[in-house]
Design a protein around this ligand. Structure first.
Ligand code: MN
Length: 201
């Protein structure tokens, strides 16, 4: 059985940008539901419990067909949220090798911010926007539902959840305002580490 991992900080750690009530609901109810539904699917092929969720997502084509869609949706929901929590923190600034790579790829940090924001605002319906490394190069991608870039061989550095459940309590329909606030809680230490780890692969 897979277990919901605890949030790596207090529910109010991202205030005022992401509020405590949203974090509590998002982690304890939404994230938990993905874990529960992933478990319900994998119970039909319990030998798969030996694999980490990340591995299931990377090898979706090897998952038995009767549970493949469930693993894609709920495995994605399980892993994407763990990753999302890990790339948020208040009080860090873009720095290091990843900042150099961002400036080189996008021309400036502001241009990166604009492109990432456009991807997040423009994702129709529910989904995510990501900064990933793909074959050694930085790339911004958006995914629908709980699809994860790891399933297409990409390595995420940072992401934002743009499902309404991630912002509606505080920002209602103002997704762009939530995305602007998110830039105050990106954990740039984690992004730098993710970038360095990606370079090793
Ligand atoms: Mn979510």
């Amino acid at each position: 059985m897979y277990q919901l991992k605890p949030l790596p900080y207090a529910y109010n750690a991202l205030e005022p940008y992401i509020d405590e009530a949203t974090m509590k609901l998002h982690h304890d109810k939404h994230h938990q539901a993905y874990v529960d539904k992933l478990n319900a699917a994998v119970e039909k092929h319990p030998e798969l419990f030996k694999k980490e969720v990340l591995v299931l997502l990377k090898e979706l084509d090897k998952i038995p067909e009767d549970i493949r869609t469930a693993v894609r949706n709920h495995g994605g929901g399980t892993w994407n949220h763990d990753f999302f929590w890990s790339v948020m923190k208040t009080g860090t600034k873009p720095h290091g090798e990843v900042l150099d790579a961002i400036e080189k790829k996008f021309g400036s940090f502001d241009k990166f911010k604009e492109a990432f924001t456009n991807a997040a605002v423009g994702q129709f319906g529910s989904g995510w926007a990501w900064l990933v490394v793909d074959k050694g190069a930085l790339e911004i991608v958006a995914t629908a539902n709980q699809d994860s870039p790891v399933s297409s061989g990409k390595t995420p550095l940072v992401c934002i959840d743009v499902w309404e459940h991630s912002y509606y309590l505080k920002y209602q329909n103002r997704r762009a305002e939530y995305i602007a606030a998110f830039f105050n809680v990106i954990n740039w230490d984690a992004v730098e580490k993710n970038y360095k780890d990606a370079a090793k692969n």
